[in-house]
Every structure is written in structure tokens, then in C-alpha cells.
Design a protein around this ligand. Sequence first.
Ligand SMILES: Cc1cc2nc3c(=O)[nH]c(=O)nc-3n(C[C@H](O)[C@H](O)[C@H](O)COP(=O)(O)O)c2cc1C
Length: 371
Amino acid sequence: MNDVQHPALRPERVGELSLANRLAVSPMTRVSAAADGTPTAEMADYYRAYAQGGFSLVVSEGTYTDTWHSQGYTNQPGIVTDAHEAAWREIVGQVHDAGASMILQLMHAGALSQGNRYRDETVAPSAVPPRGEKMPEYGGHGSWPTPRAMSQEDIDRAVAGFVASAVRARRAGFDGVEVHGANGYLVDQFLTDYTNERDDRYGGTVARRVRLAADIVSAIRAELGPDFCVGIRLSQGKVNDFTHRWAGGSRDAETIFAALAEAGATYLHIASEGRDWVETATLDGGMTITGLARKVTGLPVLANGGMHDLDQAAMLLEDGHADVLTLGRGALANPDFPRRLAQGLPMAAFDHQMLQPMATLSNARRWRQTL
Ligand SMILES: Cc1cc2nc3c(=O)[nH]c(=O)nc-3n(C[C@H](O)[C@H](O)[C@H](O)COP(=O)(O)O)c2cc1C
């Protein structure tokens, strides 16, 4: 053991959840479910390994929420059928038995859908062609189609999908859900000035653009009661626009965070899509985005982006920038990251080859065999 314990190894509470340490697995799409969206035994092994490795909390990959327009990738898991629910129950049971809590990330891809077995068209707040190109690591190629602008009926149906999925998640044994409001997917498309050209109650000022996110959180909260963990993930950058930043800086951030706290969020999870925290966290006025989220809401804040850097991780916790750290690449390279940290063992470096040519679990297994 180290003489001085790293602060990430101290226990923490997030809402009703008691976590043995402050190290969580970041949501990571692995496009490894069955074609009908049912999670597999291979996925159970994958998620259980993080719990066995000492992570106190595992956030699942983005999981689709309805049989309309939410699915983002072929072989993405869903939480919309009894078979999905039963398969997730098995996974959550294994993660619990190995000592970790588990949260299901609920995702609607909106315009950034590159594989949907239920629909051909994509939908979004406005008919704006997405920037960038589809992602080969998740099975997509070429440019995105222009989405259809959502009607109020489409929006109501999307919100209902999130609520029904949260109900299924609780029934499957998950300790909470996380609304995917980050990285350029549907909820973030509403939040983003250049993808939301609406002139109804969901468009215009940032207070209006955050309304869909807040409506989803409050609808889940109303259905599942005060104690169920309902987090939301946010980011300025996007999978198809890494350098995007909120135009109003800290003023926008305050409006967004306050609206989500008011809606009943249990925690805020702030990601740095495509960049490390240190490159994205500083806002005008000198506060960090995660520190500001804590100050404005008083809620637990999960910080993401390069947290496998142990000095940065310690600084965030000790200087009050975050309550819990989520690891993506660090966890992929070291499913036992917390155990290694506690025992002072060296960490493996992340090798992007493990996600090539696609980010599937079978490709990672093949890559491991070549080591
Ligand atoms: C293979 C892969 C899949 C990802 N899938 C998701 C996802 O489903 N939902 C999400 O919010 N972020 C997703 N991300 C982003 C990560 O959660 C995380 O924000 C990013 O890797 C940066 O954190 P890191 O520096 O610890 O890797 C994914 C990242 C990777 C590498």
C-alpha cells in the first residue's frame, strides 16, 4: 500500500448511493449487443471486470430508449423490450455481486444516428445537417443525412421513451439512470445554438434550449420518486465538433446547471468530449466548469477527461472541482485501475488499437491476445 492514500480512494456519497471510492467507469459504447439490442454474456463479463477491479460505480454505455428514433448504432443495446430488461438484470446482478453500483446511461442519438433497426430517417430539433462524418469505430461511414425537425408529438414521444426506459432500468436493478445530454446527441442538439433553430418553447435563449433536458429529468423524477438516482451528462464538445464551447461561457453554464438542479437531477456528470478536462474546464471568470456546477447546484459532480492522470485526479478532488472521477481510456487499459492505485502498481497505457477497426468487445479480446 502507498503511505499516503490517493484521494480518489476515499468513500463518497452520490444521492442515496454509498460509493467505496471516487472512481467510476465512464459510459463507453461497445456496439457488442445482439442485433435486436439485447445485451450479451460477453457484456456481463466486461462490466463485471470493472467491479472486480475495484471501481465503485459503473456507468453503462449509451443505451437506446424507444423503438422510434433513439437508436444510434447497429448492435447498440436497448432498454425497450422485456428481453433487453432481463439481460440487463443479469449484468447488474453480476456487477452488484462484485461490489459496485451500476447506472444505465439513457441515450437518444437524434441527428447523430448511424444505425437504427426501427426507422430510416433521423430526427433533431431542426433540419440542420450535422457537422463531421459518421464514426467508423461504431460502424458508420460517410456524411450524416439531414434530420427531420421534430414535432411536439415527436418530442413528447422521446421524453416518454426516456421515462419508460428509466422504469425498466429500475426494475432491472440499476442503481440509477444517467440522461445522455452530452457529446452532440439529441439532448445536446437541443442545447446547442447552431443545431437548434426552433422558435417554440424549446428554442431561442439557453434557458429554452435546456428545456428538453430539464423536461426529461423532471419527467423521470416524477415517475420514479425522490430517491432514485437520476443523473445527467453534459459536455461542451461533441463527437462531431470537439472544439465547440458554450457561447455564453459561465453565464450559459449557470443557467444550464440551475435548470437541471431545479428539475431534480441527483448529479451532474461533465465530460470533455475529445479533450482532457484541463483543456475544456476553465471558463471565463476563472472557475472551472465542474467547480461551477458544484457551486451553483450543491449537487455531486462527476468529472471526466484524462482522469487516469493521477496528479490531475488528486488536484480535482482536493481543490473542490469534483466529487467523483469517471475514467474512459484509463479504465479500458486498466479494468482494475482502483486496485492498482490502492496497491501502488503501475498502470497500463491506453492503446487505441484495442478499439480497431471497431470498438467491439471481440476486437478488444483479439487485441489482448496479441500482447
Ligand atoms: C470507445 C468509447 C465509447 C464511448 N461511448 C460513450 C457513450 O456511450 N456515452 C458517453 O457519454 N460517452 C462515451 N464515450 C466518451 C467517454 O465516456 C469519455 O468521456 C471519454 O473517453 C473521455 O474520457 P477519458 O479521458 O477518461 O477517456 C466513449 C469513449 C470511448 C473511448
